[in-house]
Design a protein around this ligand. Structure first.
Ligand code: FAD
Ligand code: SF4
Length: 476
């Protein structure tokens, strides 16, 4: 038998059945057991030129951690994995692996790639069950760094800097730290105890986290730059965009951010146990087809909606959400209306949503995003009966944080200009990274940016008095 024939197929990850999970917020994907994980690990070819590493935005040592797992050296697997990725239990769950490491896996050319994300999750969950090991911490440097925002960019920068011996204070505007990991991505996709464990790791490192601290209101960036030796800005892109169509101010229209924050952070799904209900109607239309849209649609279903539609102006081929989320949404009964775009939110005559008027679309040539441009088909308008509309059209950085920061260069999209290689902004001793620089992106790219900035901050603090070299502006 040829070696190809001997290789087992890609191992499916056990998941809760769709009928059971569509009404509860418990995690959908259940993870591998050890035997299944080792069987999947046995599929890895241990390529000399590991293209999967090139596909990962932070270059996780993928073949090394998979080999250690296969050989039963679990701590070796943890060490290889965490060498480049400080939040593997999170990335294993939410990275779009199919367009990153797994797309680059050589096996994907001949069939199915190694399930790298599932293995990453397995190793990270195993570590959590053992209890986190206390990391090695460098002697105190006497320097104090302020991190603004506690999403993956800020958390990664905080952890790295604390390990290097710097005192770290994180300022977070919400009442709980974690950023999108806590307020955006729902429990059924990313259980909050997984996020809490990562926050516990920062506690071990003695990182101070101050919640309810809105930078731009309580302190300005200029004040922080005076008070601390370095400041990292990782406030994300939490300002939702709306369609600007008639009827958008009717009751029953949400931004996805509001719906998800009420559901996840404020525990609306636990009403009446928690005194913070969130109302969705029987028929919900979610406009957009990214991860945020999938989360909003699947939350709406779990909050009691009878019928939930994803309304998307392009076709299935252009859907930007993770493949697994789309599959799970379909299995749960979410209806996909492709090549459809709302042009008006209709009233029920009493100030509430009564429906949406849509137009059919067709695809033209690719636009600047590389995806085919949707074009309205004249005269194809039709109405859909709805009582809740959720706009999931993308987000921008919230400008609140920029109060009294005149030197901070920003693009026309409201993102901060920062040097890709260092994270430095135009404002002296202020670094930035994550969604505030890239616009809405991914957890792993935000983490990578936090790590890049932490490395540069450490370098800068080690040589006091060096000139502040500014990046060239990327504003067109
Ligand atoms: P954030 O995670 O946004 O954190 C920023 C933090 O800064 C927040 O806690 C915010 O409260 C705080 N802050 C903001 N302003 C201030 C201020 N003025 N003062 C103090 N604090 C402030 N990515 C994936 O890779 N896979 C997914 O499956 C995925 N799903 C997603 C689902 C949803 C619903 C959303 C919204 C995003 C999703 N993303 C996903 C994107 C990913 O979560 C983000 O790219 C990532 O969280 C960005 O990290 P960040 O640290 O830059 O910012
Ligand atoms: Fe793949 Fe994400 Fe892990 Fe990198 S961090 S190996 S992209 S799952």
């Amino acid at each position: 038998m040829s070696p190809k024939k001997q290789r087992p197929p890609r191992q499916a990850m056990p998941a809760r059945p769709a009928e059971e999970r569509r009404v509860i917020f418990d995690e959908v994907a259940l993870g591998y057991r050890l035997e299944l994980a080792q069987l999947e690990a046995s599929r890895c070819l241990q390529c000399k030129r590991a293209t999967c590493i090139e596909g990962c935005p932070v270059q996780v040592r993928i073949p090394d951690f998979i080999l250690a797992l296969r050989e039963g050296d679990m701590w070796g697997a943890v060490e290889a994995l965490k060498d480049k990725n400080s939040l593997p239990a999170i990335c294993g769950r939410v990275c779009p692996q199919e367009t990153q490491c797994e797309e680059a896996c050589i096996l994907s050319k001949r069939g199915e790639p190694v399930a790298i994300g599932r293995l990453e999750r397995f190793v990270a969950d195993w570590e959590r069950q053992q209890g986190m090991r206390i990391p090695e911490v460098a002697p105190p440097t006497g320097k104090h760094v302020c991190i603004v925002g506690s999403g993956p960019a800020g958390l990664t920068a905080a952890g790295d800097l604390a390990k290097l011996g710097h005192k770290v204070t994180v300022l977070e505007s919400l009442h709980l730290p974690g950023g999108v990991l806590m307020y955006g991505i729902p429990e059924f996709r990313l259980p909050k105890d997984v996020v809490q464990a990562e926050l516990g790791y920062l506690e071990i490192l003695d990182v101070e986290i101050r919640c309810n601290a809105v930078v731009g209101k309580l302190f300005t960036l200029s004040e922080l730059a005076e008070a601390y030796d370095a400041v990292f800005l990782g406030t994300g892109a939490g300002l939702p965009m709306m369609m600007r169509i008639p009827g958008e101010n009717l009751n029953g229209v949400y931004s996805a951010n509001e719906l998800l924050t009420r559901t996840n952070l404020m525990k609306g799904y636990l009403f009446p146990e928690w005194d913070t209900p969130v109302k969705v109607g029987d028929k919900v239309a979610v406009v957009g087809a990214g991860n945020v849209a999938m989360d909003a649609a699947r939350c709406s279903l779990r909050l009691g909606a009878d019928e939930v539609h994803i309304v998307y102006r392009r076709s299935r081929a252009e859907v930007p959400a993770r493949a697994e989320e789309v599959e799970h949404a379909e299995e749960e009964g979410i209806v996909f209306d492709f090549l459809t775009n709302p042009v008006e939110v209709l009233s029920d005559g009493d100030g509430w949503v009564g429906g949406i008027k849509c137009i059919r679309m067709e695809l033209g040539e690719p636009d600047a995003s590389g995806r085919r441009r949707p074009i309205p088909i004249e005269g194809s308008e039709f109405a859909m009966d709805m009582d809740t509309v959720v706009m999931a059209l993308g987000t921008r950085p919230n400008p609140l944080v920029f109060a009294d920061a005149p030197d901070l260069d920003r693009t026309r999209w409201g993102t901060v200009v920062a040097d890709e290689a260092t994270g430095r902004t135009l404002m002296e001793r202020i670094w930035a990274g994550g969604d505030i620089v890239t616009g809405a992106a991914t957890v792993i790219s935000a983490m990578g940016a936090g790590r890049t900035a932490a490395t540069d901050i450490d370098r800068y603090l080690a040589e006091p008095g060096q000139p502040w070299e500014v990046p060239p502006s990327s504003e067109a």
